[in-house]
Design a protein around this ligand. Structure first.
Ligand code: C5P
Length: 223
């Protein structure tokens, strides 16, 4: 059977903590990639650390959201880090998505839909009148049009996205229990794979507390 795939969210500015996360999550039962987000990428030593990583699947979660020229220039600016995956907000618009794809080379470009920390109420607050699901569907169509390589959405929207987007689907918003933290649209790992996610992104449920135990619990939960 194919190994289940997870990206571990390396959200810390502490290099020793990041090393501990990597060491303790490498596991023969899972395919593990490492996601570096705004916290680590903006930290003093983050970039240098990533430049030295070898033989790992690495995901630069920059969540670019800007005009086409700036997004494409930013992708070029991080080329030396050889990320396997990079993110751009689909809300940057079709032209920005196309501009990024033009310069991305071997790096896969992931389109980020509505953040998993938002629900219908929060969308209203920022002036969007459609529901989460409707917007995610429109954004998935746009990602397809721009020939993006993957999509980030909540596990609740995988079925919907699959109708219009046939490549990789990556889902954060993963929780073993009802401890949501700041996430709103959540599912358990088992349910997220059942829905058809190719990769799960898991941060705090693995990296907080005892990492070895958390990984064991994940593997047991998936049996
Ligand atoms: O700790 P937790 O499991 O909530 O971490 C989720 C990770 O996925 C964070 O690094 C967050 O930035 C990222 N992410 C997300 N929702 C998105 C896109 C990325 O939670 N829509």
């Amino acid at each position: 059977m194919n190994k289940k795939k997870i990206f571990v969210a390396c959200d810390s500015i502490n290099i020793s903590k990041i090393k501990e996360i990597i060491r303790k999550t490498e596991n023969s039962k899972l395919e593990v990639g490492y996601k570096f987000g705004l916290e680590f990428l903006n930290s003093k030593d983050g970039r240098k650390f990533i430049s030295k990583l070898k033989n790992k699947i690495i995901f630069g979660d920059y969540k670019f959201a800007d005009i086409p020229n700036t997004c494409a220039s930013a992708v070029k600016a991080v080329k030396d880090l050889n990320f396997n995956y990079l993110t751009i907000h689909i809300s940057s618009g079709l032209e920005a998505l196309k501009a990024v794809k033009k310069v991305s080379g071997k790096t896969k470009i992931i389109g980020v839909t509505i953040l998993t920390s938002l629900d219908n109420k929060s969308l209203k607050q920022i002036g969007y009148s459609k529901e989460v699901k409707k917007i995610v569907l429109e954004q998935a169509k746009l990602a397809n049009k721009a020939n993006l390589d993957a999509i980030v959405c909540s596990p609740n929207e995988v079925n919907l996205v699959k109708k219009v987007f046939k490549k990789e689907i990556i889902t954060p918003g993963i929780r073993f229990n009802s401890k949501e933290n700041d996430q709103k649209r959540i599912q358990t790992p088992k349910q997220a794979y059942k829905n058809g996610s190719d990769w799960l992104v898991i941060g705090r449920p693995i990296t907080k507390g005892n990492i070895n135990n958390n990984i064991k619990n994940l593997i047991n939960h998936l049996k």
